[in-house]
Ligand binder design. Sequence first.
Ligand SMILES: Cc1cc2nc3c(=O)[nH]c(=O)nc-3n(C[C@H](O)[C@H](O)[C@H](O)COP(=O)(O)OP(=O)(O)OC[C@H]3O[C@@H](n4cnc5c(N)ncnc54)[C@H](O)[C@@H]3O)c2cc1C
Length: 814
Amino acid sequence: MAEIPTTARVVIIGGGAVGVSTLYHLAKAGWTECVLLEKNELTAGSTWHAAGNVPTFSTSWSIMNMQRYSTELYRGLGEAVDYPMNYHVTGSIRLAHSNERMQEFERAKGMGRYQGIDMEMLGVDEIQGKYPFIELHDLKGALYDPTDGDIDPAQLTQALAKGARDLGATILRFTPATGVSRENGEWIIHTEKGDIRCEYVVNAAGYYAQKVGEWFKPYGGRTVPMMVMSHQYLLSEPVAELEAWSKENGRKLPLLRDVDTSYYLRQEKTGFNLGPYERNCKAHWVTPNDPFPEDFSFQLYPDDLDRLEWYIEDAMARVPLLGSSGISRVINGPIPYAPDGLPLMGPMPGVPNAFEACVFTFGIAQSGGAGKVMAEWITEGATEWDMWAVDPRRYTDYTDRDYCIAKGMETYGHEYAMHFPWHRWPTAPDRKLSPVHDKVKALGGQFGVYNGWERATWFAKPGDDTSEEATHTWGRSGPWEQRIKEECEAVRDGVGVLDLPGFSRFNLSGAGAADWLRGMISGGLPKVGRMNLGYFPDNRGRILTEMSILRHGEEEFTLITAATAQWHDGEHLKKNLAAGLTLTDHTTEYDTLIVTGPKARDLFAAIGEADLKLPWLSIQTGTVAGKPAMLARVSFAGELGWEVHAKVADMPAIYDAVLGAGSKPFGMWALNALRIEKGYRAWKGDLSTDYSLLEGGLERFVKFDKPQDFPGKAALLAEKQQGSKKRFVTLTVEAGEADAPYMSTLWHDGQVVGETTSGAWGYRVGKSIALGMLRADLAVPGTEIEVEIYGERCRAVVEEDQPLWDPENARIRA
Ligand SMILES: Cc1cc2nc3c(=O)[nH]c(=O)nc-3n(C[C@H](O)[C@H](O)[C@H](O)COP(=O)(O)OP(=O)(O)OC[C@H]3O[C@@H](n4cnc5c(N)ncnc54)[C@H](O)[C@@H]3O)c2cc1C
């Protein structure tokens, strides 16, 4: 039996494109003492049979970044590692059947331009110039992406492997990992050939990731949220006309994606490759008579063309040439899906020094970028780009097997669907319910999902159109618009109530708790009986997270943070916790109401017992409707108000009383509009590791002169001396039908000068507002710029660095 190394810095489990790219990037970063274990031959999982399409298109900034990086890497990789490979940059054409789709393309084009990708909108009459064999019926236009193409996935993997080996990394083929254990803060990876001791381990096991993930449960792990779909593409016989066209033009046809019908069609040698994402899709290995196999290396599922018939016919009507030849081969392979179809990349939840780089549905297009991101996580503990969209901690405890299967199928069947801001994917609802869920529903509540919790987004009145179809718009208008306005006005003029289940809540106590917390945040702590906002920077001074800090005693705190941040923030606190301190998660024990508006004091005077004269940012224990509750005088809506934090069992009575005392229910969409008018930031939009605290306009939360050091202090001091490149700004926008979504481009004098981080209509100020990051020299009140919203350049003005609504905060302090 061949000798294997007994130690390594990192062991990667899985030799597909993603695992090997991670190894290559670690080696490039100088971490050459790394070992990749592959149970069979490299590529034996999903990689060997992938079609190899390499798009850059995405409506997610970070995914586009990752894919763009891949294309740039792949262009030079063959030469860099001396392993020539087939990578055809053919460009691609995405077809639009609707105006909404054209708007989506405009948005992607804008983001692409920002990243240096020169996408181009095509009118219907321009499409045949790039793709002569196409029929134009039903089309509104198209998007041309010159960087799209296809690569041979096996050659790509081998090239990355050669690059890694040449730098000194080790790849062990036919060496399955059989388990893991942990000793003295190190991992021991077991194989049949011996154990390897290492600092870090990466689960890159593709569709086997859930199996490998089980080994980590004794060390704090959870079931990996995923399922496996069957995905097919068909290869046609050679097509003479195609061959002739290619010969004449010296290139392949661009790849065609009919995203509204849901397939791609690519030239493969002198024939076609047709790959649908069918609505009537099929999951595998989810029923007792179809068990997960011990090994599926280099295997395929049987062909299942019936499922694809409709798509094949549609494609033949679009490109009749496709019908001129027969099918030569069908590839039907396993493709893993997380519930949202995005990979799991980053720290393995709950487990020290373990990472996930698995469950990729577009792992060929993404492996280059994924390798870069994973190497950064491992060697630096942080990534250059904010990668929350793919962070495994975005899923918490609600992703059981049924959920993963149902969501995976829904996502696969809508792989190319548009993700409208008002739309909610309907499958697998009601994972986590507020104690007053039924009451909220009875009031007309329409729900959105926040870390599995159902929260009202708006309240419909009888007769309002609450259908899914009504939400298929990027625009502001819809059945909800008038209701959001009414809800905002009720908060402005009277009092509103919003039920907020799932607020992440941690209690911290123990001798030294205050000192420790001071060393974690950039600012100061509140006095006993008060609360404030704490910003947690990373070592580079970037915004890791924000929490409300409520101080009950000298050494006793409650930390409250976004629902979706539960595992992310919980782990950050736990990982850094000083010895002797106690940190406990109480998220599910409590429910929260936001009760806010100028009449909030009158309301509590009628139904509660509390000192309602205590100032803004005070906290106290009182009663509401005779039930014990903690009242925190704060309002994310920017009006007089209190948050009511009460035990789950007590909330129904409190909610009834608050409603009975004349408050009007409002939803998350109204809250979003209200908070943007106040310039209050939201996590992972306005607040992310893409920005430093100083760029984020949070200097008043940074106490450079406090005695405690804190993460990122040196970086922030350096930035302060040199000046920030970007600045957080509030913009008023002469918007058309739509307000600015996340990552809309900002223009000045024909140059891209920044991006929005969120946008909404402000009903109190009667304006469209965007929050964003602007080149520092332009971040001066009164500067006129443009915001590109779904392709339309809208005039905007930089506002004073203060809230648009109630700049003196007189209303919240009232
Ligand atoms: C028909 C089809 C077409 C596709 N087309 C495209 C496309 O055009 N573009 C695109 O981007 N993506 C495409 N994909 C998806 C793509 O194939 C995957 O996203 C990608 O291959 C995932 O790579 P990976 O490295 O994460 O996983 P895998 O390639 O599955 O690699 C995981 C590896 O882990 C190994 N392993 C598992 N358990 C162990 C263990 N215990 N010890 C050691 N090794 C272990 C496996 O043997 C396997 O080699 C397609 C998929 C299918 C099914």
